[in-house]
Ligand binder design. Structure first.
Ligand SMILES: Nc1ncnc2c1ncn2[C@@H]1O[C@H](COP(=O)(O)OP(=O)(O)O)[C@@H](O)[C@H]1O
Ligand SMILES: O=C(O)C1=C[C@@H](OP(=O)(O)O)[C@@H](O)[C@H](O)C1
Ligand SMILES: [Mg+2]
Length: 174
């Protein structure tokens, strides 16, 4: 695993969880753009957004993406990283991009159980059930455009990892 692997997908699809597990299996480094930028700014995402707005957060997110990208790394991104055309092109050119795809009902269940509001302030001001569907509808095409592989993230963690490993093996063989 030499090229960086970028995990993309909606809030709650499992980018951080899967990325961490995958890096442990492959004994490589794990980085999460949200963790990196929060550490760098010494602020939570919620604090950053209230101080600098989403525009400021998105600028820091691109900075984080560039800073953490390195060979043999698994990079968990934030759900909105694909909003920027620059980020989509950067990830596709620099590494292998995997879209962790899950239906709205699964995302909502996971986010209700694990909201982590300091990292996931509201994007629309609407209730979670409405917000997740609306945001995913607006972003689905961008996730697919950026991705080299689409993986079913609604499965158990070990099956998600196995599907990613198969995709990576196939990519190496072709
Ligand atoms: N395959 C999975 N099956 C069940 N729960 C999962 C799975 N992947 C992630 N989760 C859970 O969903 C929640 C959100 O996961 P997280 O990794 O923070 O998602 P993301 O980084 O994509 O927003 C966490 O509580 C995590 O334990
Ligand atoms: O979908 C989004 O726009 C966001 C997703 C969050 O990351 P996760 O996808 O890890 O929850 C975080 O980057 C920020 O709250 C914005
Ligand atoms: Mg995450």
């Amino acid at each position: 695993m030499t090229l960086p692997i970028f995990l993309i997908g909606a809030r709650g699809c499992g980018k951080t969880t899967v990325g961490h597990a995958l890096s442990q299996l492959h004994v490589c480094q794990f980085v999460d753009t949200d963790h990196w930028l929060q550490e760098q700014a010494q602020m939570t995402v919620a604090q950053l957004v209230s101080k600098e707005g989403w525009h400021g957060f998105r600028a820091r997110e691109t900075e984080a993406l560039e800073a953490v990208t390195a060979p043999a790394r698994v990079v968990a991104t934030g759900g909105g990283i694909i909003l920027s055309e620059y980020n989509r092109k950067f990830m596709r050119e620099q590494g292998v991009v995997i879209y962790l795809s899950a239906p709205v009902s699964v995302l909502v269940d996971r986010l209700e159980a694990y909201p982590k509001e300091s990292q996931r302030p509201t994007l629309t001001g609407k209730p979670i059930r409405e917000e997740v569907g609306e945001i995913l509808a607006g972003r689905e095409a961008l996730y697919r455009e950026a991705a080299h592989h689409v993986v079913n993230a609604a499965q158990d963690l070990d099956l998600v990892i196995a599907e990613i490993q198969t995709a990576l093996r196939l990519a190496r063989a072709s």
